[in-house]
Design a protein around this ligand. Structure first.
Ligand code: MLT
Length: 386
């Protein structure tokens, strides 16, 4: 029986995928084999030796110590794209919120409750809530992945000029972009030419404060900023100052901090990007399927700390997580051969410092084989899947 721990509330449509005869899903199992998580902070957690994998039901993995997990032989998955439509829809909403003073106007209208002649008052007072249309304006998108790409195409359909920047743009993402989206190779082109800027990149120590005072200084006067990715990507102090100076007209962020809360012309949402039933279901289903395929078949799809690798086997699968260093693959195959076993098929892939080798081995793969492989310097974890 495999124990799956849920650290946050995970959609039942996802947890129900686990076959109850093989898996027990609960929020507090002893020594779990896998963890499903949304936003719970895991950096200070110690992981038990049974833990094979962590699946993040969502895109961002900054709440998980991904590097340490790789060193401990724990595969970390995320669910890229599963919530992209939800975030795209909120981004389009944010574009309009950044333009039309909707939240301020609605709050003012609500404040008129109980006053005499409210219909007349609203007609007289509405002029202070006028705001520009997005049609014909330029939207700059930093990050053209699953979310940024969808926003780009929808913004084009809404009549915006769209420019995008993404140093890691995949061929798959590129071919899905509307042909009118102009992809720039210099991020400063986004800052200099956009009326609206939205950022969709992961938060890492390297991407902290991607937008700071220096970047804001390059922007058009009256630029409107949107951040539905991670609060740390935009320096809150710099934005508050730029709002006070009139440089930035509006900031819509999905991340509350004490600096941005309660500031005029800053709209703070409580991290609602992926909060739709559809996206919570999509993420949970994708995360559950990734875990099942890894636990039962050793296949890796959408890992953020280990390479993707899949293989069909006719014999016994021997799956090895190891350091990405010279001579290890030959040492692994020698250990199998020395036990008189034949490797029918083999897959090896690497991601930065780590690599994954899957072998389809014909013959009786005993504990001795696994132990021989484990004894090789640089081997992190060995699993035999019969
Ligand atoms: C994500 O990283 O997938 C989104 O920010 C939503 C979430 O954190 O759940």
């Amino acid at each position: 029986m495999y124990n799956i721990q849920t650290l946050n509330k995970i959609s039942a449509i996802g947890t129900d995928i686990f076959d109850k005869s093989k898996y027990a899903v609960s929020d507090s199992p002893e020594n779990p084999d896998a963890i499903m998580v949304r936003s719970a902070k895991m950096h200070d957690m110690q992981f038990g030796e049974n833990l094979l994998a962590i699946a993040r039901a969502g895109a961002g993995v900054n709440n998980i110590p991904v590097e340490r997990c790789a060193e401990e032989g724990i595969c970390v998955f995320n669910t890229p794209g599963a919530n992209s439509n939800a975030v795209k829809e909120l981004a389009i909403c944010a574009l309009l919120l950044a333009s039309r003073k909707i939240t301020e106007a609605a709050a003012w209208a609500a404040s008129l409750k109980g006053t005499p002649d409210a219909p007349k008052t609203v007609e007289g007072g509405k002029s202070k809530f006028a705001g520009p249309e997005i049609l014909g304006k330029t939207l700059g998108i930093i990050g053209l992945g699953a979310i940024g790409g969808k926003i780009a195409n929808t913004a084009v359909a809404l009549g915006m000029n769209v420019i995008g920047y993404d140093p890691y743009l995949s061929v798959n993402a590129a071919v899905q972009l509307d042909s009118s989206v102009k992809v720039v190779t210099d991020i400063n082109d986004i800052y200099k030419n956009s009326d609206y800027i939205t950022i969709h990149m992961p938060y890492t120590p390297q991407t902290k404060n991607t937008i700071d005072a220096e970047q804001i200084a390059m922007m058009k006067d009256g630029v409107r900023l949107i951040n539905l990715a991670r609060g740390e990507l935009i320096n809150s102090e710099a934005v508050v100052k730029a709002i006070a100076d009139g440089k930035v007209a509006k900031y819509v962020t999905d991340f509350a901090d004490d600096v941005v809360l309660g500031v005029e012309n800053i709209i703070v949402l409580p991290h609602l990007g992926a909060s739709t039933p559809e996206s919570e279901d999509n993420c949970a289903v994708m995360a559950a399927n990734e875990l099942i395929d890894y636990i039962e078949n050793g296949n890796i799809r959408n890992s953020v700390n280990l390479p993707n690798a899949s293989m069909n086997a006719t014999g016994t699968k021997v799956c090895v997580i190891h350091k990405n260093v010279p001579s290890l693959i030959s040492a692994i195959t020698k250990a199998v051969g020395d036990e008189g076993l034949n490797i029918e098929n083999m897959v090896n892939a690497s991601k930065k410092d780590f690599a994954y080798t899957m072998m389809d081995v014909i013959g009786d793969v005993t504990d001795a084989v696994a132990n021989d492989i484990k004894a090789i310097d640089g081997i992190i974890r060995v699993r035999v899947i019969k």
